[in-house]
Design a protein. Structure first.
Length: 252
């Protein structure tokens, strides 16, 4: 299966490329980079045609996108026009962009997840169970990432909120706390973002009562956990009918 990676020059793009070389049925044949990066990357990767315009792609059977959310519309248009499935790992989408993804999924198969890690999928299943059992406990979510990450809160933290909301419909999501506006309301779920150094990704949810606390934590040691999930999603998605798929579909 020939893969086009959007965001080929990024850390995730390079990790997926290197991991795919170890697989039997997946081959990265094309990589999309920004025009100003083309000279630095073209011809440097054996067997990979590096391009700066997605419409120059000639070989792709499937697209993996780990670029930036503002590029999503262009990627969707390309995939729809070629009837090519899309694995979408990009985060930070606006409501308008999310609508565009949903519309495109009526025409092509799209696998979308804010986190491709198997462990994070299990984390969210645990959150649903904990939320059922700890009905009146306060909930706080803390996420930590490297200092280059541009969106906050992280897509994974938002996934965690969605898992809480599946059980507890009337939550009020609060992003951080500021001086003079720190009092907690009963249904608050508060998100805290930390940016620094080389954190690959750490997420923790705390359930707090007056007398005890339960913490559920996931920490990624390497970006390979996300790349591995993306490649598993690629194999899962190929040949699927149009629709919007996620990690739940993959593991069921």
């Amino acid at each position: 299966m020939n893969i086009l990676i959007c965001g080929f020059a990024g850390k995730m793009g390079q990790t997926i490329y290197n991991l795919a070389k170890k697989t039997k049925y997946l081959t990265v044949t094309e990589g999309l980079v920004l025009p100003e990066m083309l000279e630095d990357y073209k011809g440097k990767f054996e067997g990979v045609n590096v391009i700066s315009n997605i419409n120059e792609s000639k070989l792709a059977d499937i697209v993996i996108d780990f670029s930036f959310h503002t590029v999503t519309k262009q990627v969707l248009d390309f995939c729809v026009s070629r009837n090519i499935p899309l694995v979408l790992g990009t985060t930070g989408h606006t409501n308008e962009e999310l609508k565009q993804i949903e519309e495109a999924s009526k025409k092509i198969a799209i696998f979308k997840s804010n986190n491709m890690s198997v462990g994070v999928y299990v984390l969210n299943e645990l959150i649903k169970e904990a939320t059922k059992r700890l009905e009146n406990w306060d909930i706080e979510i803390i996420e930590k990432h490297h200092h280059h990450k541009v969106d906050a809160p992280s897509g994974t933290a938002k996934m965690m909120v969605d898992s809480v909301r599946e059980v507890k419909k009337d939550i009020n999501v609060v992003v951080g706390r500021t001086e003079g506006d720190a009092k907690r309301n009963n249904n608050d779920v508060t998100l805290h973002s930390i940016r620094g150094g080389g954190y690959v990704g750490e997420h923790e949810i705390e359930y707090v009562s007056d007398s005890e606390v339960i913490k559920i934590t996931h920490e990624a040691f390497s970006k390979e956990v996300f790349a591995d999930g993306a490649l598993k999603a690629t194999q899962f998605l190929y040949g699927k009918k149009a629709g919007l798929y996620n990690m739940k579909n993959l593991f069921q």
